[in-house]
Design a protein around this ligand. Structure first.
Ligand code: R5P
Length: 313
């Protein structure tokens, strides 16, 4: 097995390498003056089982292009099998036509990755499970849930756990929220969120009685922070004792850090699927958990032809 990291999240790739006790393969990524990307693999990869780690996070287009170019380099270097390890799959939110004459960009990106020559994809908490079907190659979609469950058990004593209510910040996340709530035998509430326009969110109503409860908002992506900061304000207005959030991918664009800082949220817990800038690391309300053991174990299982779904049983 060989592990290769693009430039999108080298810290995570190093942590995965530590978990597996396999060194990262030496590569060079360079830029031409016009910003074209050039990649060179500095070690022999002929006949190797390659795991190429590159989330397609911001700058999404650069990181995606780098992933495609690295796959092409590996194909031409006669790698035997290439697994694109994409801890955060950007473009996932464009998974359907939202109006006339609009693209399904998630499908286009899936096509690009397969056409470039990847044989498999390994990712975490796809925005919608059915995006797996956009790939015509085997795709393993890992769940962040076990990492979050252990953390919640550590953070909440057996006594306070009884007051936990899991909250879906929109109707689209109800299945995901119900699934984690089941693990704690907890109730769920649902925020009736509307988007008057892209990038803006409004809370219309809360479905469920959150008064006196420790609310945990559960979601796959935090982008501008509007969804969860509005949801937290509405939950507090409805009498919630506390509001925290567990969210897999910290996209955290634009005003997100400021919104979280000024919000009713006690804490926002994210995974390290996306490399974070210093402003996020310095925010007291944001805590990052490692996904390296989860990804490392999945990589080990894929390399050994063992079941990946067993990880979640
Ligand atoms: C939407 O379906 C996603 O699950 C997130 O709720 C959304 O992307 C969050 O966006 P923002 O933080 O910009 O409100």
């Amino acid at each position: 097995m060989k592990l290769i990291s693009g430039t999108a999240n080298v810290a995570l790739a190093r942590d995965i390498a530590d978990v597996l006790d396999v060194p990262l393969t030496d590569i060079d990524i360079e830029r031409f003056r016009d910003q074209e990307i050039f990649a060179r693999i500095n070690e022999n990869v002929r006949g190797e089982d390659i795991f190429l780690i590159q989330p397609t996070s911001a700058p999404a287009n650069d990181h995606l292009m780098e992933l495609l170019i690295l796959i092409d380099a590996l194909v031409r270097a006669s790698a035997q099998r290439i697994t694109a390890v994409i801890p955060y799959f950007g473009y996932a939110r464009q998974d359907r036509k939202t109006g006339g004459r609009t693209p399904i960009s998630a499908k286009l990106v899936a096509n690009l990755i397969s056409k470039a020559g990847a044989h498999r994809v390994l990712t975490v908490d796809l925005h919608a499970g059915q995006i797996q079907g956009f790939f015509d190659i085997p795709t393993d979609n890992l769940f962040a849930q076990p990492v979050f469950i252990s953390d919640i058990k550590e953070q909440y004593s057996a006594k306070t756990r009884k007051d936990i209510m899991f909250v879906s910040p929109d109707t689209g996340g109800v299945v995901r929220t119900r699934s984690i709530a089941k693990m704690f035998n907890a109730d769920i509430a649902i925020v009736d969120k509307r988007r008057p326009k892209a990038g803006e969110s409004e809370v219309m109503n809360i479905i469920g009685d959150v008064a006196g409860r420790n609310c945990i908002i559960y979601d796959d992506i935090i982008d501008s922070g509007g969804t969860i900061s509005n949801a937290a304000a509405a939950l507090k207005d409805h009498g919630a004792s506390s509001v925290s959030a567990y969210i897999t991918h910290g996209v955290l664009s634009g005003p997100a850090v400021e919104r979280i800082t000024n919000s009713e949220l006690k804490e926002v817990v994210i995974l390290d699927t996306i490399a974070q800038p210093d402003a996020v690391k310095a925010c007291d309300k944001i805590r990052e958990l490692s996904s390296s053991k989860l990804l490392g174990e999945a990589i080990r299982r894929i390399a050994n032809d063992e079941s990946v779904s067993k990880l979640f049983e």
